[in-house]
Ligand binder design. Structure first.
Ligand SMILES: [Zn+2]
Length: 293
């Protein structure tokens, strides 16, 4: 069945201009997603035919839903991650309750053993965190996600329920989960820098999200990871500040060596990449929202 699906003629670029629209399948293991893109609302409507699109494959009608789960991440119709966070909190809450039952405050396992068992809770909460960490700018999401972690931190610290969340996290020696999510997001950007798979003109053009690979800041014809990190004029101040810390000129051949010289250098490169890619991602999001409005 998969072979048939993946070889279907999806009649892409229906208005005949390359890059304006596309329809494609993305498949991984037993998950299949049909991706429809268009730079304008009109194109998208044309691609999906109706405001409430219906897809019929082999006479089987696939109707749209309010939310979907793809590779373990729940996406709602508004393209927000609140639904996913709520689901992760419920799941991790169940784990925390089960652990509570085997870890009484009086007697029972030592603190180091409690700590090992407790790691399951933040791990469940943080699945796919680099993708949805931006949703933690909303206070209610942070509060929600801290709930199960607080529950289990009370058992690590063997503390009363009246102790504040910040205090119990310190005594239990656990990093608040919303900070861990941010940290994972920074690591994710380091990976984008090393692989070139990120918010770069070249990459966005390759996947038909943009019509051109050029740099929107300095209009050089190709915006790729080398251009963004080492050449683009927009980021010269950030680059000079980084070079002052790592004490060498940075380029494709020297950046890895500089990162590995010291912890401080590693952190500085991480901050540099995180800042630039964070700004680029946010600007791209704004542009896409603008073109879909
Ligand atoms: Zn540029």
């Amino acid at each position: 069945m998969y072979d048939k699906l993946l070889h279907m003629d999806l009649d892409t670029n229906i208005i005949g201009l390359p890059g304006n629209s596309s329809v494609s399948f993305i498949a991984f293991a037993d998950d299949v997603a049909l991706i429809v893109t268009g730079l304008t609302t009109e194109t998208l409507e044309e691609m999906t035919n109706e405001a409430q699109p219906e897809l019929i494959i082999n006479d089987i009608r696939v109707t749209p839903k309010e939310k979907l789960k793809y590779l373990g991440i729940e996406l709602c119709k508004k393209l927000g991650y609140g639904t996913h966070i709520r689901g992760a909190v419920v799941k991790a809450g169940r784990t925390a309750s089960a652990l509570e039952r085997i870890l009484p405050n009086v007697r029972g396992a030592r603190q180091d053993k409690r700590k090992i068992l407790a790691t399951t809770v933040p791990n469940q909460l943080l699945y796919g965190a680099p993708i949805w960490a931006d949703a933690l700018q909303f206070e209610n999401n942070v509060k929600m996600i801290l709930g199960p972690q607080r529950k289990i931190a009370l058992r690590i610290a063997m503390a009363y329920r009246t102790v504040s969340t910040s205090a119990v996290m310190v005594v239990a020696g656990t990093i608040p989960v919303h900070l861990m999510a941010r940290e994972r997001q920074k690591k994710y950007r380091q990976i984008q820098m090393l692989t070139g798979h990120g918010c770069f003109g070249y990459y966005l053009n390759k996947y038909k999200i943009r019509t051109s690979a050029e740099c929107v800041d300095c209009h050089m014809p190709v915006d790729n990871v080398e251009h963004t990190d080492f050449e683009c004029d927009r980021w010269w101040q950030e680059r000079r500040s980084l070079e002052a810390i790592v004490d060498c000129d940075i380029g494709p051949d020297s950046i890895i060596g500089a990162m590995l010289k010291s912890r401080e250098n590693w952190r500085a490169v991480k901050e540099f990449v995180g800042k630039i890619l964070g700004i680029k991602e946010e600007e791209e999001r704004q542009t896409q929202r603008g073109s879909l409005a």
